[in-house]
Write a protein that binds this ligand. Sequence first.
Ligand SMILES: [Zn+2]
Length: 340
Amino acid sequence: MTGEERERYSRQILFAGLGEDGQERLLQAHAAIVGCGALGSFQAAALARAGLGRITIVDRDYVEPSNLQRQWLFEESDAAEALPKAVAAERRLARINSAIQVRGMVADLTPANVEELLGQAQVILDGTDNFETRYLVNDFALSRAIPWIYGAAVGSYGLCMPVIPGRTACLRCVYPDPPAGAQPTCETAGVLNSVTAVIAALQSADALKILAGRGEYVQARLTTVDVWAGGIRQIAQPLPDPDCAACGARDFAYLEGRRRAPVSLCGRNAVQIHERARPLDLQRLKAALLPLGEVRANEFALRFLTGPYEMTVFPDGRAIVKGTTDIGLARSLYARYVGA
Ligand SMILES: [Zn+2]
């Protein structure tokens, strides 16, 4: 460690739990952040300031004005230029800490690119907004024995949980299947920035422990926080379920792409998401989407206009997104408005 580094990170080095040895490890460490929204941008800033040697950020979206309320790294100019979040994050982090390596990857995490994007990481932080990506991260992390930290927030409520392969339960032990029906999202139910900060900070602390070689301090607990109603609760994480498809049977259906709702191009400028396992109450979905744009629904279909896109959703969960041929974008709109 150089004298400059010793000074820069002195308050962390003084903390007995880390010490100079812990800081040395952080300077050599590599973390990946999947999704650079509210959670991911907080995690990235926290880890960059802590002196993490290498940070990989994976995100496929662009900065929008409505992100600025809670997505800690971004500025008005990023939204005005509609910069990819991964690019805006990389630029901002270079100004926060020019001595570390930050790699911002504009990509939708898929079974085909997960090895390339996350394969080098010693820990993976969840900043995504959808279960499909989380199950993919869960499968990949288990297959490679990489710890990862699950986190989610919507409204005033959030939760987080570490997944340490070989030691704790995994995401599919706790949630064997994706939630059914339409789910509240930040787009439909809103979100307070304070809850995203709490959850991302807890995730970052666990990542720091693991990367500094202090993984034994990571508690196998599921933490829930409600910053509005009040209340922080922790319950013991269940033991790994021997019948779990992922960590028990090591059947990595999401990593192999078998559980991914197939998507196809349809027509000249539309993408179809062939989801069939998500029965939807279209009238309830309509009520949730009403404040966000033009929406019409009958018993057979719901049609929703958002910006240049038109989304038609069917009662079985299938959807057609018109106005794009970008499959990742169509998946992202589906996750935002129908639920993850
Ligand atoms: Zn499991």
